[in-house]
Design a protein around this ligand. Structure first.
Ligand code: PLP
Length: 365
């Protein structure tokens, strides 16, 4: 069946290019884990992980058990780390699917240990995100954390494999907070080494740190947004956007001065005008706050969005081009940077990519 509404082109060659850029940047001693949570930031986790796995990627991460199971059931065989909490009642799936669970407290580890299945895990350390993990915000927190780690590691049914923390602002110019988080993590690692506590795989860097903090790579880096090509303007490594979104013209019409467009009647032309209706709306992930603000691209010409964004449609002004029913227009992609929409919405590429909704088919090349 042909697509008659909105679709996303996912360029797997660019995904692999970005992955290889990170590998080159971090060097041979450091592994690159591909973060494919949230359906690979909207790109399709199974397709993306498969493409990376056949090209040598050995480590993946997701946010939840269900995301991990989806990958396993679709043939991903390499390591999958779950960042989030899995309910203890679901432990059976952790062992059945050979997943790596994040452990964030002794209490949680003890509950998992009751399950009497070998469960692989990494420990998460909260060095400043205040989100998840053992609390280590200052050197005074060190000994309680060490004691908790010792107790967790004694639990016989759990298999310790690594330890990590997550940075709050590794992508910002002010490096102080990130440096301090790293110092706290290193303090912990030094103390573990001093006490002969095996550290396993140590990992802290996300995309921002991969680019801006080359002193913080350790054994593995966790590459998320950079894998999908963002933010390619600020990155000192070359990255290529992986997703482009296109839609189709539903119909065109001429409207007259004093006519109004869409719900709420927020647009009225100053003189007779040709407009087109495009088959994308907020149910496809096209944000309603883009009303009267954004533009689309057709043959290198800008088509301003006019009137309120509907659930299934938007309208654009057609000035200099001859646009016909059924033709394709670019929502964002190689000719219209996603960053433009980010500015209008005061948001980050992560959010717009993740919000491209389920009803938008992904086409892979
Ligand atoms: C624990 C953890 N590591 C790594 C990442 C990847 O971060 P980024 O997409 O900024 O590379 C995330 C994403 O939120 C995360 O939660």
């Amino acid at each position: 069946m042909l697509i008659d509404r909105t679709y996303a082109k996912v360029h797997l060659d660019n995904l692999l290019y970005n992955y290889n850029q990170a590998k080159k940047k971090v060097g041979k001693k450091t592994k690159v884990l591909a973060v494919v949570k949230a359906d690979a930031y909207g790109h399709g986790s199974v397709k993306c992980a498969k493409h990376l796995e056949i090209n040598g990627c050995e480590n993946f991460a997701v946010a939840s058990l269900t995301e991990a199971i989806e990958l396993r059931e679709n043939g991903i065989t390499k390591d999958i780390l779950i960042f989030g909490r899995t309910r203890v009642e679901n432990y059976i799936y952790l062992s059945k699917y050979d997943l790596i669970q994040t452990v964030y407290s002794l209490e949680y580890a003890e509950a998992l240990n009751q399950c009497k299945q070998k469960i692989r895990y990494h420990i998460n350390i909260d060095t400043g995100m205040s989100r998840f993990g053992l609390y280590l915000h200052a050197p005074r927190d060190l000994m309680p954390v060490i004691n908790e780690i010792k107790a967790i590691k004694k639990l016989p049914n759990l298999k310790y494999e690594g330890i990590y923390t997550h940075f709050a602002n590794s992508d910002e110019a002010d490096r102080e907070f990130c440096d301090n988080q790293y110092k706290l993590f290193q303090l912990l690692i030094d103390e573990m080494n001093h006490l002969n506590i095996e550290t396993g795989i140590k990992h802290v860097a996300n995309s921002g740190a991969i680019v801006s903090h080359p002193d913080k790579y350790l054994d593995m880096v966790r590459f998320g947004i950079g894998l999908y090509g963002y933010p390619h303007d600020r990155m000192p490594i070359d990255l290529k956007p992986v997703m482009e979104v296109y839609s189709h013209v539903t119909s065109t019409r001429y409207i007259k001065k004093d006519d109004t467009v869409s719900y709420g009647r927020l647009y009225s032309p100053e003189e007779n005008e040709k407009i087109a209706t495009i088959a994308i709306g907020y149910a496809d992930g096209y944000n309603r706050l883009l009303t009267n603000k954004d533009y689309l691209v057709y043959q290198n010409k800008k088509l301003p969005v006019i009137g309120r964004v509907c659930m299934d449609a938007i309208m654009v002004k057609v000035e200099e081009v001859d646009l016909k029913d059924g033709e394709e227009v670019e929502i964002f992609g190689f000719n219209k940077p996603l960053e433009y929409m980010c500015k209008l919405l005061n948001t980050i590429p992560y959010e717009i990519l993740c919000n491209v909704s389920k009803r938008v088919p992904r086409l892979y090349d």
